[in-house]
Design a protein around this ligand. Structure first.
Ligand code: 13P
Ligand code: ZN
Length: 272
């Protein structure tokens, strides 16, 4: 058996949770991450026949039955993942009954997976339907994006347009834009269903007055997606503080940008 602490997804999880904490986007137990693993890789680091415990879920995870995930624990602090990964992270397999998960490693003090498991698993199901290579769903309380949900018009179109306009590369990184959800109860199936519904068309979903969800094929890609949108929100904050927009990227500029990078902006938000 290989040492699980040398297992790349565990190392990536340690690194990204440390970065998210360092950036101030995951205070206290804020934020959660789920990372879809390859069964053959998991079998190299743990005995997958040994089930520590079975944890019920309040929703149907049939589409994920038998799949393995590395998941941050509920109530755990991202700042502590590095010093004690086995307590703050867990490896789960979605049970065949599709309404529970088997804990195979981690949560060593008797903990449980993130309270946002419905939003994560429902988002994985939605993303895998449009991108079979999707692996990561990441939630954090990115400061400037969160702040913008108090001051900016809360429509997906207006929000996406503003973020695109704050930084030239935004249109290239998230040409589909961001989906904005109203305030909903965290941890509920309702917010999970609304997030997953948005994830059919978007990889970035904003939860008003709460934070952001990102999805992608790797930890780097997902973190980079959130980081890019958050940077645009930070620029927006400065632009507002400096007295507002005096000049901006024109529609013609956006058209040239889309052509140069071979991306198609969301046609509901921007006509090429
Ligand atoms: P957990 O500690 O259960 O992951 O919850 C943190 C959070 O950010 C809820 O939205
Ligand atoms: Zn949260």
């Amino acid at each position: 058996m290989k040492n699980i602490l040398q297992y790349k997804p565990v190392q990536e999880m340690i690194e990204v949770t440390s970065n998210l904490y360092r950036l101030g986007w995951d205070e206290r137990n804020g934020g959660n991450i789920t990372y879809l693993l390859e069964e053959k890789d998991v079998q190299e680091v743990i005995d997958t026949k040994k089930i520590i415990c079975n944890i019920p879920m309040s929703f149907d995870g049939q589409a994920l039955a038998g799949k393995y995930f590395l998941v941050t624990g509920s109530g755990k602090y991202f700042k502590n993942v590095k010093s004690d990964p086995e307590n703050n992270l867990g490896i789960l397999r979605v049970a065949e009954d599709a309404h529970s998960v088997d804990l195979l490693w981690g949560y060593s003090d008797g903990g449980v997976p993130t309270s946002e498991l419905p939003a994560h698993f429902m988002s994985h199901i939605a993303r895998l339907e449009v991108d079979p290579e999707n692996k990561v769903v990441m939630h954090c309380h990115a400061t400037h994006l969160l702040a913008m949900t108090f001051t900016h018009e809360l429509t997906s179109k207006a929000f996406s347009r503003t973020l695109w306009e704050m930084c030239t590369e935004c249109l290239v990184v998230f040409p589909e834009g961001v989906s904005v959800l109203p305030w909903l109860i965290p941890g509920s199936n309702e917010i999970g269903e609304a997030t997953a519904d948005a994830m059919k068309n978007f990889r970035l979903v904003l939860w008003s007055f709460h934070g952001v969800y990102g999805a992608g094929r790797s930890i780097d890609e997902t973190f980079g997606l959130i980081e890019t949108a958050e940077k645009a929100a930070e620029v927006y904050t400065y632009v507002k503080a400096q007295g507002g927009v005096k000049q901006k990227i024109s529609d013609e500029n956006f058209k040239e940008l889309a052509k140069q990078f071979g991306v198609t902006p969301n046609k509901d938000f921007f006509k090429i």
